[in-house]
Write a protein that binds this ligand. Structure first.
Ligand code: PEP
Length: 257
């Protein structure tokens, strides 16, 4: 059985003291929940300090992006080795805001994905259609293209590949207050799993698939209760520690017992 995962994407929000305050209270807020993996993807600047604060907890840290090279003359970039050195476990790759506002291409995403595996980071690969593509009925076509190009030529052992996390994030649902419908998101997640069959049955079965886009405590169960959806990637509702903790608690099996 796949473990539920709830990932916070803080984007470009918070100061260091706000980040410290959040992380100082998160363990207490989710005390007793041991069946949901909590991951916080914070701005690069905060990761070193947050790594200290989370050292004795089950909370994992992630970055929101990275370069694919180990080192080099790439002004302003952060390498996978730098992240690994701080004890960072996850990295978001191909978030739609990076594709949209920073021109990140499928080619770059493919290189970043390969680098994540090469340097021992767990990638959280984001895919999703925009409003126009959805209205034109192109959702599956878009996702197939994004996923196939991200995985293209990737020479990774199955044991490692199955640790990857995928996030279905319809662009029109991100930050809009209008989430996807749970049933529809489940169908897309099942489609993503079917695409993974090329990598083997086990990979398809074991990869975690998250939903992301305007998730909040009122709607999260609509996604996490679905057979093919293993959790959520959360932006806005991850900024307040009590709200983020509520998401984790709802995703926990406590809710169903
Ligand atoms: C995101 O940034 O990945 C996201 C899903 O944002 P929000 O939850 O705010 O829609």
């Amino acid at each position: 059985m796949r473990q539920k995962i709830i990932v916070a994407n803080w984007k470009m929000y918070k100061t260091l003291s706000e980040a410290e305050e959040f992380m100082g209270s998160l363990p207490r807020e989710i005390a007793g929940v041991d069946d949901v993996k909590a991951v916080v993807c914070a701005p690069f600047l905060f990761l070193e300090r947050l790594a200290v604060l989370t050292a004795k907890t089950a909370i994992s840290l992630g970055a929101q992006n990275m370069h694919w090279e180990k080192e080099g003359a790439f002004t302003g970039e952060i390498s996978p080795v730098m992240l690994k050195d701080l004890g960072i476990k996850y990295v978001i790759i191909g978030h739609s805001e990076r594709r949209q506002f920073f021109g990140e291409s499928n080619f770059q995403i493919n290189k970043k994905l390969a680098a994540a595996f090469a340097y021992g980071l767990i990638p959280i690969l984001c895919v999703g259609e925009n409003r126009r593509q959805r209205d034109a009925g192109e959702t599956e076509e878009v996702i197939e293209k994004q996923l196939n190009s991200a995985l293209d030529g990737l020479a990774v052992e199955k044991d490692l590949l199955q640790k990857m996390v995928l996030a279905y994030e319809p662009v029109w649902a991100i930050g809009s207050g209008t989430p996807a419908n749970g049933e529809e998101a489940n169908v897309v997640a099942a489609f993503m799993r079917s695409l993974l069959l090329k990598k083997g049955q086990e990979v398809s079965r074991k990869v975690s698939i998250l939903y992301g886009g305007s998730v909040n405590p009122e709607n999260i169960a609509e996604f996490t209760d679905k057979a093919e959806i293993d959790g959520a990637l959360v932006g806005g509702s991850s900024l307040n520690v009590k709200t983020f903790a509520a998401l984790i608690r709802i995703a926990s099996s406590e809710r169903r017992t």
